[in-house]
Design a protein around this ligand. Structure first.
Ligand code: ASP
Length: 450
């Protein structure tokens, strides 16, 4: 049993709560965050992002800080851009009526950036300064992420070392703010995760305290069943499993950083996506497994991506030629391209690839395949869009694929490819890019009846 599961570990019934940049962009949002945190005594560990956009044309503080780094050789330009960063924080401090003087921090940061402190250091200061303000506002201790989030020598995140140091540190602080997005290398220099990485910090903290839930507060009501740019007002997903989420995110439905899933999934901690602007909405619960099927619907969500190509290979008696598939895939592998799907027939083999990846290698692919397997014909077809229909309710439900195909047929859409893995909770269809929108609408209508 994990030592932290023990009731005496000091962490019983704790929630780790992460707030995104739009939830901390101005004093009004800080007040909403304060209310959310303080109304639930279990919300003891808080992970802030840097201030995000306040309006469409606004700039995120993180982007301003990257710009500071880029102009760091020119002290005047650096001063100009950094003054915009400072203004953002001063506006927040003043709006909240806090007595907090960050002038020493600004000076240190400005001087470090002009003395080549590095790109990651510059970017990380967005979360660092926001963490100082938030900890003062809600009266929680401040823990510098550089002291508790560790990267290894090769730059990868050091999960086990971090978990040891972090859970030890958090045991000493019953309530703490830990800035998201960054940590430090073994030599002490600051390193960040990739963009949106505060989600990862939140997940790491949740694991370190064995939280009952990792709440990820953002500006949407959770995961939607479909892309709202395609389906008007799609339904919110109440509960989704990690596996379903992974399938939908792979197809482009993102609310959460992909790497944020692993620390909590490993520890069996659910993630709750919540909306700071609508705190009464229960949001979406992401769980390891569940018997609950959303509103008794067969599917959980639909997501899609454009920009795929198919290599179609035909050869009589292909099925009896030992190693045919391997030789084709070897050609693709040697060019450093990974394939997406492999729908095949008796004498035909199709390989679905990302069009962007194959662009520089089109002729090489054709030549390589001709040499490797001497096909009767080989061609590349472009403008394929893939649509994933995902749902744990599909496992053992009869007729789901038929319903998808019929919905498309009734909408006069030709399906160019269909692929269902043996896990049975995901059907992927390929349609012409022009049918991308109408296919998703047809499928949504078929499964989601008001
Ligand atoms: N502030 C960082 C970014 O804009 C990290 C985050 O918000 O999660 O990417």
């Amino acid at each position: 049993m994990n030592a932290l599961n023990h009731p005496d570990d000091g962490f019983s019934s704790v929630k780790a709560v992460k707030f995104g940049g739009s939830s901390l962009a101005d004093p009004q949002h800080f007040r909403m965050v304060q209310k959310i945190v303080t109304e639930d005594p279990e919300r003891r560990y808080v992970i802030p992002s840097a201030p995000g956009k306040r309006f469409r044309e606004d700039e995120k503080v993180t982007d301003l800080l990257y710009r500071c780094y880029e102009v760091s050789a020119d002290s005047q330009k650096l001063g100009e851009v950094f003054s915009r960063v400072r203004e953002r924080y001063e506006q927040i401090i003043e709006g909240l009526g806090l007595t907090l003087d960050l002038s020493g921090e600004y000076e240190t940061i400005l001087s470090a950036i002009s003395h080549h402190a590095g790109r990651d250091y510059a970017a990380s200061r967005g979360e660092y300064l926001n963490g100082l303000i938030l900890s003062r506002l809600i009266g929680y201790d401040f823990i510098d992420a550089a002291d508790v989030i560790c990267f290894a020598e090769n730059g990868s995140f050091d999960a086990e070392r971090t978990n040891g140091i972090l859970s030890e540190a958090l045991r000493r602080h019953t309530h703490a703010v830990i800035p998201g997005f960054y940590g430090s290398m073994p030599n002490g220099t600051v390193k960040t995760f990739s963009r949106g990485g505060s989600d990862i910090t939140g997940s790491i903290v949740a694991r370190a305290v064995n939280a009952v839930v990792y709440e990820n507060w953002t500006d949407v009501n959770g995961f939607l069943m479909a892309d709202p740019r395609i389906i008007e007002n799609p339904r919110r997903i109440d509960v989704i499993t990690y596996r379903e989420l992974r399938e939908l995110s792979y197809m482009g439905a993102t609310v959460l950083h992909e790497d944020a899933i692993f620390p909590v999934r490993f520890a069996g901690i659910p993630i709750n996506i919540r909306n700071t602007n609508d705190p009464d909405s229960p949001g979406t619960m992401i769980v390891a497994s569940t018997d609950v099927t959303d509103r008794q619907m067969t599917i959980t969500g639909i997501a899609g991506k454009r920009g795929f190509s198919v290599i179609n290979i035909e050869k009589d008696m292909m099925n009896s030629e030992l190693g045919f598939g391997r030789r084709v895939l070897e050609v693709i592998e040697k060019l450093g391209i990974s394939f997406e799907h492999l729908p095949s027939g008796i004498d035909t083999m199709s390989v679905v690839l990302n069009s962007h990846d194959i662009e520089p290698y089109r002729q090489k692919l054709i030549d390589g395949i001709c040499r490797a397997v001497e096909p009767d014909t080989v061609s590349i077809e472009d403008d394929l869009a893939l649509i994933a229909v995902v749902g744990r309710g599909m496992v053992n439900a009869k007729g789901t694929a038929a319903r998808i195909l019929k919905a498309c047929a009734d909408a006069d859409i030709n399906i160019r490819m269909i692929d269902q893995g043996s896990s049975e909770f995901n059907v992927i269809i390929g349609v012409a890019a022009d049918d991308f929108v109408s296919a998703q609408r047809a499928i949504y209508r078929e499964f989601v009846r008001e």
